[in-house]
Design a binder for this molecule. Structure first.
Ligand SMILES: [Zn+2]
Length: 300
């Protein structure tokens, strides 16, 4: 139980408004089909006014959270889509002194990644990676069709390995779609305004105070700390340059200039050959392992 949903229910007993936060389980990220990703659970909510207990049932999948109760009608049952509990970090002065560059060199971070639909290759090869809010309609195919909050003005970048779970989910939703993985120089992180999230932030709503709190070198370094409910780094033996959660991501609030793009990675020679003319000078590489699971997948 690691995500939080805000619930508002009209109590069927005392008719007062119950307002609580409940914990919900992560979707089942091992699932290879959308329908298998739903984590189902039962819970009880105790009315804070009359102590009446209400049984609820829930299901959290790649798509969305669904909650229901036999005791409460659907019209009286409100709930938010779940988010991880992003507490605020105290900044660590030592880390702040050595800054983003310090974390990059301490951890030996050599690459950042961004995946997108292959139809965007040509536009990105010319203009760089542009946050969706700054795009003119029709230029790009959006990767995250569900994004509907303040994140429209950020690009999602992952550290040292593509955000393969999100990638995987998108591929399940649309098996015929081809993708390209852009490799980006870590220098981007010093050059742009970025927020560092130790868990998946982009597909769900995160408050703006939290975004501000995540724009520090301390937040960057915390992507590599052990996280409750995930295997300890000592056990998973992931390299120092991998964030603890493979879903960790950096939101970059500026355009990623073409000069930061190091390479375009393709899953096969066939796909690379087919799109070779669209690269506008960006080196092409065939790297099927970037389209697969991260090395610690079986532990997660
Ligand atoms: Zn009540």
């Amino acid at each position: 139980m690691t995500m939080i949903s805000k619930v508002r229910i009209l109590c069927p007993h005392c008719e007062e408004l119950i307002e609580q936060e409940i914990l919900v389980p992560d979707p089942n990220f091992m699932a290879e089909k959308m329908k298998d990703s739903a984590a189902e659970f039962d819970d009880e909510i105790q009315c804070e006014h009359c102590d009446n207990e209400i049984n609820i049932w829930g299901s959290n999948s790649y798509y969305e959270l669904y909650l229901a109760s036999e005791d409460v009608s659907e019209e009286d049952f409100y709930y938010s889509q779940p988010e991880y509990d992003f507490g605020e970090y105290e900044t660590d002065e030592t880390i702040e002194e050595s800054g983003i560059q310090g974390v990059l060199s301490e951890r030996g971070i050599k690459s950042l990644y961004h995946f997108t639909k292959i139809e965007n290759l040509e536009a990105i090869s010319k203009q760089g990676i542009i946050p969706r809010a700054q795009l003119k309609e029709g230029d790009y195919e959006y990767t995250d069709i569900n994004r509907s909050d303040g994140f429209l003005d950020a690009n999602c970048i992952s550290i040292s390995f593509p955000q393969y779970r999100m990638f995987f989910i998108k591929r399940i939703k649309n098996p015929l779609q081809n993708w390209v993985v852009f490799e980006i120089s870590p220098e981007l992180l010093s050059a742009c305004e970025a927020a560092f999230f130790e868990r998946n932030a982009a597909s769900r709503i995160v408050q703006s105070e939290v975004i501000e709190n995540r724009k520090t070198a301390t937040a960057f370094e915390n992507m590599f700390s052990n996280i409750d409910n995930l295997p300890k780094r000592e056990e998973s033996k992931i390299p120092d340059c991998y964030p603890t959660d493979p879903q960790a991501e950096v939101l970059v609030f500026d355009k990623v200039d073409k000069s930061f793009i190091v390479a375009a990675h393709f899953p096969s020679e066939d796909v690379a050959d087919h799109y070779a003319h669209s690269l506008n000078g960006i080196p092409a590489k065939v790297t099927p392992e970037l389209f697969e699971n991260r090395m610690d997948h079986d532990l997660l």
